[in-house]
Design a protein around this ligand. Sequence first.
Ligand code: ZN
Length: 358
Amino acid sequence: MRAARYYGRGDIRIDELPDPDVGPGMVGIDVAWCGICGTDLHEYLEGPIFCPTHDTPHPISGATLPITLGHEFSGVVYDVGAGVDDIAVGQHVVVEPYIIDDNVDTGPESTDYHLSKNMNFIGLGGRGGGLGEKIAVQRRWVHPIAVSVPLDQAALIEPLSVGYHAVDRSGVKTGDVALVGGAGPIGLLTAAVLRALGVTVVMSELSPLRRQKALESGVADHAFDPRTTDVAAEVRRLTGGKGADVAFECTSVQIVLDTLMDAIRPRGVLVVVSIWGKRSDFDMHKLVMREIDLRGTIAYVNSHPATIELVESGKIDLAPFITGKIGLEGLVEEGFDTLIHRNETAVKILVSPSGKDL
Ligand SMILES: [Zn+2]
């Protein structure tokens, strides 16, 4: 089989590899579609970050470079290992792509397995990836999906779960007003979850094309350009002077964080969804004087079942967020290059590792 493997900064190669071994407790998946994520771009441009190096193996997976990339994927089961009796060949599935120590409780009641020591992701920390034609994944991390969900849209369930967990962290309620800072893939998908839950969504975004996507896809009720509009004043106007109940920071840009702080109501909850590569110049005085809750959120924890339900029930339509489809050979030139240099029009570019359905 063919797979896109990361050898280090600026070095991704398409390699011929043996098919994975579908051992006991494992599920063999023919990958249908795999999304390219901002995390993959960071590995390519600045890494290795999540990826191990050539000489230091990941403590759980044991993998060193090169590693197969891709953690946002859907597929069809082609084989199951010994002991797997609740999933069948032909089943459509998505993967919750965790690499977590065997001693960690990852049961349905756990709320913190994603925060366990040395946690990493399939497709970044080893154990194969969605940018290969086939992958074998532990049954625990495989989630069946209804055949009514197209497999291309299903590849977006992983980033949608990031949005779901962020929304869950906020404690937002139906009828609340949320301000989302940044209409990149995660901002848009967070907004999609909010709208599905009956929350009014206001979006702040510099790019006119991204604002248009937010409005046309129906995930935002209002979308403002923070250079020409006083977003905090607009939010207060829309909420009778009160301010947003919750806010989601999806850019890792200081001025966006400041805007959200100004737009949120006293005792509101501000969730930081983006990964900050630098320290923030945060206005602690505002946080204290208005009793604002500042919360972090990372990835997801037991979020896939509820996220899949939102998609299967039709409450979230992921089709508008697929803006490109390519084969493995176009990964760097068409995929990465578009997302790095022309990301205004691109939301999610999907890769078909086998080239099927392109
Ligand atoms: Zn991702």
